[in-house]
Every structure is written in C-alpha cells, then in structure tokens.
Design a protein around this ligand. Structure first.
Ligand code: NDP
Length: 282
C-alpha cells in the first residue's frame, strides 16, 4: 500500500522548507508518508485542494496567499483557527475538512520551549495586527501574560484585535496603541514583531524606552542575516530570535495533528540554520 500523501499549497511554493522539515519528522518518528509542494494558481486554491483530496491526500499545509481561502474551505474549524480567522493546516477525514492554525502555537512553543522563556506573568508587546498577529493572539493569551499590548501602524486594527482578546480573556490586561504611543512604564519582557516591515527592510518606529528592560526581541521573519528589527534590538542589548523556530514548530504541531505523534524539532532546526548560513556565505 502507498504511503499517506501530504502537501504544502501556496503560490509561490518552490522554495518552501516544509517538505524537508516533514521528511525529517517522518524519518525520526518512523512513519511512512510523502510530503511535497503543490503550486495552486492564484484563482485556483479550492480546485487544487479538492483534486488533491479526491486523489486520496490526507492533509495539507497552506501558505501565502491562501490562508483565508483555506479557512472558508474548511467544514470544521479548531478554536485556534476560529480565533486566527485563517487556516494553515488542513486534515482530510472522510467527508470532513478540518481546518487548524498552528502558526501561533509554533511561535509560543519556540519562545517557551526552545528559547526557554516562560510567558506566564510576562509583559508582552505585539507589533502588527495582520494575519500573523491575529494568529498569535490566542496562543499568547493562553500563556496568561501579565499584560499584552498590541501596537500597529493603523490603530483601528490593533483596537479590533484587543477588543476581541478582552472578550475572550476578560481577566487579562490587553491594550492597543500605535508604535509611537506605546506606554512608557511597561518594562516589556518580550517584544514580538508580527509586522511585515522587515520584508521592506523597515522597522516600526518605537520609542527607545521599550527596550529598557532588555526584552526578548522576536521577529517572525527569518533569514541568514538579522532583520532590520533585530539589528535595532541588538543595539539596545535585547536578546534576539528570528522566526525559523516558529516555522519548524508550526510544522511540528501540524504533524502531531495529522499523525498523533510529536516529532523532535531541535535537530531539523539546527540543520536548517546551518544550511541557511552556509548558503549566505557562498
Ligand atoms: P499582513 O499583511 O496580514 O499584515 C502586515 C502587518 O504589518 C500589518 O499590521 C501592517 O500594518 C504592518 N506593516 C506592514 N508594513 C509596515 C511597515 N513598513 N511599518 C510598520 N508596519 C507595517 O501580514 P502577515 O501578518 O501575514 O505577516 C507578517 C509577517 O509575519 C511576515 O513578515 C511573515 O513573513 C511573517 N510570518 C512568519 C511565519 C513563520 O512561520 N515564521 C508565519 C506567518 C507569518 P497596517 O495594519 O497598518 O497595514
């Protein structure tokens, strides 16, 4: 009998690291499966996913720009997917299309387990109010931080997220502001960049005092060289971490959902980091 089939659907998709990550997980947990990339036309996500499902596909990861379409395509949603308003993981189970979102859990697992920084009772500054920030919100609040401030260029979007968060967690302190108006008295333990500013080599215009308590600076973006945000953070003596661990951890959470086993993430994370640095040096 054939191994179970999984894919990551996106556009573009050729450079995805997910097939490598899942092949390592499969080897490590001794599971027989195939995981490959699947390019969907920009107007053809559902047709592509349906053809894969009809051919016996068991599950799929979904990446840019299809996470909202995957949300609409799902017949059942996990609480995480519902809160995120987007789906990055699909599981095909008979007639059911189960949609989950493991991005936020990946972020939290990378900070708490891999970096060894508990978030309980911590003061968190979350930068951005787009899809990545929204996906991170519920998993962050589940850690029971002392305070979570959402700062965004467009204030109304941060306010909407903060309002939804307060409705879900009325006991926690959640507030919204712009980058320039982050409160001065917060002594942040963790600052998470969930904006796409790093893609444009830009840095959200934060006041210097946000760095006072030497927080962990986490950029969801990753690459061989530190992002502009992490360069600024390093100038302020912050501890720096990029989003490569988040990528590996969101994959591990998807793998656990599909296969019922939790793979080790340390070896593949180390391997990807070495490879990225070697490619940069060439
Ligand atoms: P969205 O387009 O949904 O949101 C973009 C956000 O960035 C908005 O809050 C926007 O503000 C803000 N923004 C954009 N440009 C600037 C700028 N120049 N200065 C300040 N703020 C800016 O993007 P996503 O949320 O989907 O993605 C955000 C980042 O997270 C990306 O870099 C992506 O690569 C990364 N990511 C990483 C993952 C991982 O596994 N490591 C997983 C998912 C995402 P406004 O509302 O005002 O427009």
């Amino acid at each position: 009998n054939q191994p179970d089939q999984y894919v990551v659907i996106g556009n573009p998709i050729a450079h995805s690291k997910s097939p490598r990550i899942h092949a390592r997980f499969a080897a490590e947990t001794a599971q027989r499966l195939n995981y490959s990339t699947l390019l969907a036309p920009l107007d053809g996500f559902v047709a592509t996913a349906e053809a894969f499902r009809a051919a016996g596909g068991r599950g799929a990861n979904v990446t840019v720009p299809f996470k909202l379409e995957a949300f609409a395509y799902s017949t059942r949603l996990t609480a995480r997917a519902q809160a995120a308003g987007a789906v990055n993981t699909l599981m095909f189970d008979g007639a059911d299309i189960i949609g989950d979102n493991t991005d936020g859990l990946g972020l939290v697992n990378d900070i708490v387990r891999n970096a060894g920084i508990p978030l309980q009772a911590k003061r968190i500054l979350l930068l951005g109010a787009g899809g990545a920030a929204r996906g991170a919100l519920l998993p962050l609040l589940e850690q029971q931080p002392a305070q979570l401030i959402i700062a965004n260029r467009t204030l109304s979007k941060a306010q909407q997220l903060a309002q939804a968060a307060r409705a879900e967690f009325p006991d926690l302190v959640v507030a919204a502001c712009t980058f320039e108006t982050v409160p001065a008295d917060c002594a942040f333990d963790v600052i998470i960049n969930a904006t796409s500013a790093s893609l444009q080599d830009a840095v959200p215009p934060l006041p210097d005092y946000v760095w006072q308590a030497r927080p962990l600076a986490y950029d969801m973006m990753y690459g061989a060289t530190p992002t502009a945000f992490l360069q600024v953070a390093a100038q302020h003596a912050a501890q720096c971490r990029d989003g490569l661990g988040m990528l590996v951890e969101q994959a591990a959470a998807a793998y656990a959902l599909w296969r019922g086993v939790q793979p080790a993430t340390g070896p593949v994370l180390h391997e990807l980091r070495m490879e990225m640095q070697a490619a940069e040096g060439r």
